[in-house]
Design a protein around this ligand. Structure first.
Ligand SMILES: *[C@@H]1O[C@H](CO)[C@@H](O)[C@H](O)[C@H]1NC(C)=O
Ligand SMILES: *[C@@H]1O[C@H](CO)[C@@H](O)[C@H](O)[C@H]1NC(C)=O
Length: 143
């Protein structure tokens, strides 16, 4: 039990929930604004609904695959978690998507959106951001 608690604390210390504008600035610095034609506000909206800007977000899918990190990247296609048979399109371990160093997650998200399905791959984006006025996701950020 003690070990579990320590592991939990270590895990929490390793990840991070970003504040909206802080995250928007990081996306911008990573050249995500306009990447594949997708505006910064759309990226912020997507990650809000996928993970609440939480790098530690993990969600299990009905098909037994799992979605990891701030972009909720799927283990069947993009990363290897040792549990799902994976195409591992980003050639990474899924746990690399859960740290507060977001460079791996951003690189992988760029790959995902470069796929023919594009941004439509993200259900959170389709449901909450597609054809919506997403400008509010940047409001007050000075961006
Ligand atoms: C995948 O990553 C490993 C290192 O983690 C590297 O050795 C290998 O060449 C990479 N494969 C591809 C196809 O990029
Ligand atoms: C984040 O990770 C990348 C490689 O995965 C590394 O090059 C970079 O230095 C790291 N950044 C920080 C702030 O640790």
């Amino acid at each position: 039990m003690k070990i579990l608690v320590v592991l939990l604390l270590l895990t929490l210390a390793d990840g991070k929930s970003f504040e909206r504008c802080e995250w928007a600035r990081m996306l911008k610095a990573a050249a995500m604004d306009g990447y594949r034609g997708i505006s910064l506000a759309n990226w912020v909206c997507l990650t809000k609904w996928e993970s609440q800007f939480n790098t530690q977000a993990i969600n299990h899918n009905k098909d037994k695959s799992t979605d990891y990190g701030i972009f909720q990247i799927n283990s069947r296609w993009w990363c290897d978690d040792g549990q799902t048979r994976s195409a591992n399109g980003c050639n990474i371990s899924c746990s690399d998507l859960l740290t507060d160093n977001i460079s791996t997650a951003i690189r992988c998200a760029k790959r995902v959106v470069g796929d023919p399905q594009g941004i439509e791959a993200w259900v959170g984006w389709r449901v909450h951001c597609k054809n919506q006025d997403v400008s509010t996701y940047l409001s007050g950020c000075g961006l």
